[in-house]
Design a protein around this ligand. Structure first.
Ligand code: PLP
Length: 398
C-alpha cells in the first residue's frame, strides 16, 4: 500500500477503522422470519424437548451429511465429549493435544480420566502419530486427537496407530463439521467423533453438538447416557446424564444445515481476502487449513513472526482491538497451562511447538458479521501496523 494511503493506527490516536466491535466468531443465524416460522411449529405441536420431531429430523440429516450411521444430537459439545468418554468405558490415561480448547481435557477429567498432553506439528498445529508416540506408555488406554482450524489431524493415521497399540481412538471434531479428508467426511473416523454447534462454530445452534459413530452398540450406550428417560435402550451404562437437544436447538440446526454451503463459501471468500491482502506483509503467515479437502473454512488463522513483522502477536492483537477488531489468541496459554493442569504441566521446553504456537497465533474475524471488503480493510491495517511497527511497539508494549 502506498504511503499516501496509510492511516494512523487507532492505538496511536487515529480514528477506529470499525465503529462497532467485530466479533471473531461466526454468529451465523437465520433471519427472524425463518426462525419464527420454525418456532411456531414447535408451539403448535406443544412438543419442546424429549427427542421431538425436529430433533429426530436433525439427527437424520446430520448423519446423512456426514455419511455416518448414527448422529446423536446433544446439548453442547462439552457434554458430548463427557458422554463419549463414559460410553467408551475408558480407564486410565488418554493422550490428547496440548494445543486444543480446554474442554477437550476437562471432559476427560469429568469422566475420571487423566489427560496426557502431547506436542503438535509446527506446520499444521495438530498432534501427529509421532508426537502421540512420544508420550505413549503402558498406562495409556486411548488417543483423543482434536481437529482444529477447519483442518484435520489425518484421522486415518490415528486409526492405524490405535489398532497397532491396542488403544481406543476417538476425536474432538468440534471445529470440523463439514470437513472432508481422503474423500471421507469427518464424523466416521475412530470409535466416535464429537462436534460442537456453539454460536462460534460454522453450524451454530447457539448451544449444541453431536456425537457420531458407525458402531450400533456404542450408539445405544450413548443414547442411554444422554438421557435415561424414554430411550427404550436396554443396554447397560455406568451412568446417565441429561444431554438432550431441545426442539428450539433442532430448529436452528435444520436451518443451519440449509445454509451450511453458503456460510462456508462466505468464509472461504473472507479467508481468500486475508490471504491476498496479507501476501506481501513480512512475518505474517495465513495458515492453510491442513489435511482437509474441502475445509469447512471455520477459521482464518494467522501466525506472526515477530522479528520480520516488527510486532509480536500480543501487540498485534492490541492494535487490532483498538480498531474495533476482536482478533483472538487461540488457545492461549495452552490446555496444559490452564487450571487444574498447570500444576502438573511439563516443564517449558517439553512441548516446544505448542509453546511457540500459543505465543504466535491469532484468529481473525470470519462469519456473518464480516465480509470480503472488511477482510481487505483488516489486511491493509495489518500492513500499516508493520510500517508503523516501531511507534506501535512503544504504544502496545510489545
Ligand atoms: C468449541 C469446542 C469445544 C466445546 O464445545 P461446546 O459446544 O462449546 O461445549 C470442544 N473442543 C473444541 C476443540 C472446541 O473448539
Amino acid at each position: 500500500m502506498s504511503a499516501a494511503g496509510r492511516r494512523l493506527p487507532a492505538l496511536l490516536g487515529g480514528a477506529r477503522a470499525f465503529v462497532r466491535d467485530i466479533p471473531v466468531g461466526q454468529m451465523y443465524f437465520p433471519t427472524w422470519e425463518r426462525y419464527e416460522a420454525a418456532m411456531r411449529g414447535i408451539f403448535e405441536r406443544e412438543w419442546y424437548t424429549n427427542h421431538g420431531p425436529l430433533a429426530r429430523e436433525a439427527e437424520e440429516r446430520v448423519a446423512d451429511v456426514l455419511g455416518v450411521r448414527h448422529a446423536l444430537c446433544v446439548t453442547n459439545g462439552t457434554i458430548g465429549l463427557m458422554m463419549a468418554a463414559k460410553a467408551l468405558e475408558l480407564r486410565g490415561r488418554v493422550i490428547t493435544s496440548a494445543f486444543t480448547f480446554v474442554a477437550t481435557a476437562q471432559a476427560l477429567t469429568w469422566a475420571g480420566l487423566t489427560p496426557v498432553f502431547c506436542d503438535v506439528s509446527p506446520v499444521t498445529h495438530h498432534m501427529t502419530v509421532e508426537t502421540a508416540a512420544a508420550v505413549l506408555d503402558e498406562s495409556v488406554c486411548a488417543v483423543h486427537p482434536t481437529n482444529i482450524w477447519g483442518g484435520t489431524c489425518r484421522p486415518a493415521e490415528f486409526e492405524a496407530f490405535g489398532a497397532e497399540n491396542g488403544l481406543a481412538v476417538y476425536f474432538d471434531s468440534a471445529q470440523a463439521f463439514g470437513c472432508r479428508v481422503g474423500g471421507r467426511a469427518v464424523g466416521s473416523f475412530g470409535a466416535l467423533e464429537v462436534f460442537s454447534f456453539h454460536a462460534t462454530k460454522i453450524l451454530g445452534t447457539a448451544e449444541g453438538g453431536c456425537v457420531t459413530t458407525n458402531d450400533d452398540e456404542l450408539a445405544e450406550r450413548l443414547r442411554n447416557i444422554r438421557s435415561g428417560y424414554g430411550t427404550r435402550a436396554k443396554v447397560a451404562v455406568p451412568v446417565t446424564s441429561n444431554g438432550r437437544f431441545s426442539e428450539a436447538q433442532a430448529a436452528l440446526c435444520l436451518l443451519a444445515l440449509d445454509d451450511l454451503e453458503e456460510r462456508t463459501a462466505h468464509n472461504r471468500a473472507i479467508r481468500s481476502s486475508y490471504v491476498s491482502g496479507m501476501a506481501g506483509i513480512p512475518g505474517i503467515r495465513v495458515v492453510d487449513p491442513p489435511d482437509a479437502d474441502p475445509s469447512n473454512e471455520q477459521y482464518a488463522v494467522v501466525q506472526v513472526d515477530e522479528e520480520s513483522f516488527g510486532l509480536n502477536r500480543d501487540a498485534l492483537v492490541r492494535a487490532l482491538k483498538a480498531e474495533g477488531i476482536n482478533a483472538r489468541r487461540y488457545f492461549f496459554p495452552g490446555a496444559h497451562r490452564t487450571p487444574p493442569y498447570d500444576e502438573s504441566a511439563p516443564p517449558p521446553g517439553e512441548l516446544p511447538n505448542v509453546e511457540h504456537i500459543c505465543r504466535t497465533v491469532l484468529q481473525l474475524p470470519v462469519g456473518a458479521l464480516v465480509d470480503y471488503e472488511d477482510a481487505r480493510v483488516i489486511a491493509d491495517l495489518v500492513s500499516d501496523f508493520h510500517a508503523d511497527a516501531e511507534r506501535l511497539r512503544e504504544a502496545a508494549g510489545g
